[in-house]
Design a protein around this ligand. Structure first.
Ligand SMILES: C[S@@+](CC[C@H](N)C(=O)[O-])C[C@H]1O[C@@H](n2cnc3c(N)ncnc32)[C@H](O)[C@@H]1O
Length: 242
């Protein structure tokens, strides 16, 4: 696969408007121009996983499995929600780990198309939607009894907002394992609009019980500097004791 992408160049230094990749002499795209990137089979994986050494899918899935194990839950009987599923890397990992069913949600039709094209059979369903837009997505997800949520690299910055995270967690039953990764820049609790404050709120309101919060290297930038994220692992409000 690497030879196919021999002409792809990573462009830096990343400035406030982000990182770019040159797909050819004539075409340069922003790293987050997912519709274009997902249109080429394997391009996202080549750039983000192989060249930028992104570990978020593996870290999020490992955190999710640790949470499920610590709660005594059996992945083989679980339906898991993958928020911001992209081309399906997270779905593939959870399925390989024995999770019975995974349902993907992504705001972009191109993500769904790429996942069905490159990883057919991984998702029981893959819904195009945004957790901010509410009702349509909730209706599409209603048939599923979700037992947990996993998400890699889909929250913060140009991606899903804290409210989307709160909405996604709200469709889970009590006691469900949850694992997601977020850029540490968005986890500063002193920003009332950030994810740090949202996570603190979820914990204070007893909507989320924190099991782990760890810093890890998510990937490197197009010029090779490390980017650090946090892995947040928890469970939704536990079932009250009798
Ligand atoms: C960096 S990619 C990560 C994809 C995948 N989770 C992975 O780790 O390979 C982020 C994905 O989140 C999706 N996304 C961003 N905002 C979203 C939102 N509000 N609702 C659903 N998906 C969203 C993007 O379309 C994109 O596919």
């Amino acid at each position: 696969m690497a030879d196919v992408f021999a002409g792809v160049r990573l462009l830096g230094p990343p400035v406030t408007d982000g990182e770019y990749i040159a797909l050819s002499e004539h075409e340069t795209v922003h790293l987050h121009e997912y519709t274009r990137i997902y249109a080429v089979p394997g391009l996202y994986e080549h750039v983000v996983q192989d060249r930028l050494r992104c570990t978020s899918p593996q870290v999020a899935v490992a955190g999710f499995l640790r949470a499920a194990a610590s709660l005594g839950l059996e992945p083989g009987s679980m339906t898991v929600l993958d928020v911001g599923a992209g081309t399906g890397l997270v779905g593939e990992l959870v399925r390989h780990a024995g999770v019975a069913r995974v349902v993907g949600v992504d705001a972009l039709p191109a993500a769904r198309e790429a996942s069905l094209r490159d990883r057919p059979g991984v998702y029981a369903d893959y819904v195009v939607g945004d957790f901010l837009l509410g009702d349509g997505l909730r209706e599409a997800l209603r048939p599923y009894a979700f037992g947990g949520l996993v998400s890699a690299g889909a929250f913060g910055g140009t991606h899903a907002t804290p409210r989307a995270l709160e909405n996604a967690l709200a469709i889970l039953p009590p006691g469900a394992p949850v694992a997601f990764t977020i850029d540490e820049r968005w986890m500063d609790a002193s920003d009332p609009d950030g994810f740090g404050a949202a996570v603190e709120r979820l914990i204070a309101d007893r909507r989320l019980e924190l099991l782990e919060r760890t810093r890890f290297q998510h990937r490197v930038t197009t010029t090779g500097e490390p980017i650090f994220y946090q892995l947040v692992v928890g469970r939704t409000a536990p079932v009250p004791a009798d």
